[in-house]
Ligand binder design. Structure first.
Ligand code: SF4
Length: 272
């Protein structure tokens, strides 16, 4: 099996990355052979090595291409939205994460502990994520959402630890109540605000979201854009988390999901 006729070099690379993400997530780093990935991608081992020098390189490249970057996606979708709101939206979703992509980062972190060949590119990858997050923290500080006296690097590290830690502790290992978690996050965000600024409110809200299952077609825009409010069922259809109550500060997220549902399947109740 050499190069597949009619497939460009970039397409072959993408096929390899996608196959690698699936295989590593399913079989683990140690249990995956390079030949398994080549076969799943429909190319020869030689073609794989023309793109990637080693299995370790392929693992980290797959993570870069297919690891879940919810925060970056939300920021790109709505760059005007306050950074603190984005962080709260992601933070509320973290204890519920069950995405298959989380397995990929877990595999890479575990492999990096055992294998220096993986640790080297992982240092670069984690460094890139930390730099991006520190830049986002600077945006929040410039917008007076966060205390400029705090180190953006320390804030970025805190976010990384929470994000990657959540991949290691899915809800079937340990669960936390939605409201208790949201209240804690609101308190943390309030503590990070510039001195004298109004703290993020953490009271209750009367707003609720609801999905009409007859209209939902499973496009997934709701749980991609508002992961703190919506989840997906086994077939990818949208579901509301808990009883659909929108926590304080989550109103923008709810409206964003409503505006982006192509089937108009989401209703907001209790909005003035
Ligand atoms: S965006 Fe709308 S159609 Fe898509 S999963 Fe959510 S509710 Fe369903």
């Amino acid at each position: 099996m050499g190069r597949v006729a009619g497939v460009t070099r970039a397409e072959t690379r993408e096929r390899l990355l996608s196959a690698a993400a699936d295989e590593f997530a399913r079989r683990g780093y140690d249990g995956t052979r390079v030949a398994d990935i080549a076969r799943a991608a429909g190319v020869s081992n030689g073609a794989l090595y023309a793109h990637f020098g080693s299995k370790a390189e392929l693992l980290v490249a797959a993570l870069r291409a297919h690891g879940r970057r919810l925060l970056a996606d939300l920021f790109d979708a709505d760059p005007e939205r306050p950074v603190v709101e984005l962080l709260l939206a992601i933070g509320r979703w973290l204890p519920k994460r069950r995405d298959a992509r989380a397995h990929l980062v877990v595999e890479a972190l575990v492999a990096a502990r055992r294998d220096e060949e993986v640790a080297r590119p992982m240092r670069d990858y984690v460094g890139e994520r930390a730099d991006w997050l520190a830049g986002l923290m600077r945006v929040a500080q410039a917008g007076e959402e966060m205390d400029p006296a705090l180190s953006p690097d320390a804030l970025a590290h805190f976010c990384l630890v929470l994000g990657m830690g959540s991949a290691l502790i899915p809800p079937d290992l340990h669960a936390v109540g939605d409201e208790e978690w949201a209240a804690l996050l609101a308190r943390i965000v309030g503590a990070l605000a510039p001195p004298g600024s109004a703290a993020v409110p953490h009271g209750r809200n009367t707003m609720k979201v609801r999905i009409d299952p007859k209209r939902c077609q499973g496009h997934g825009r709701c749980y991609d854009l508002a992961p703190g409010l919506f989840g997906e069922d086994d077939e990818g259809y949208g579901t509301v988390l808990g009883d659909g109550s929108v926590p304080q500060g989550g109103e923008h997220e709810a409206r964003l999901a409503v505006a982006n549902c192509p089937e108009r399947a989401i209703d907001v109740l209790g909005e003035e």
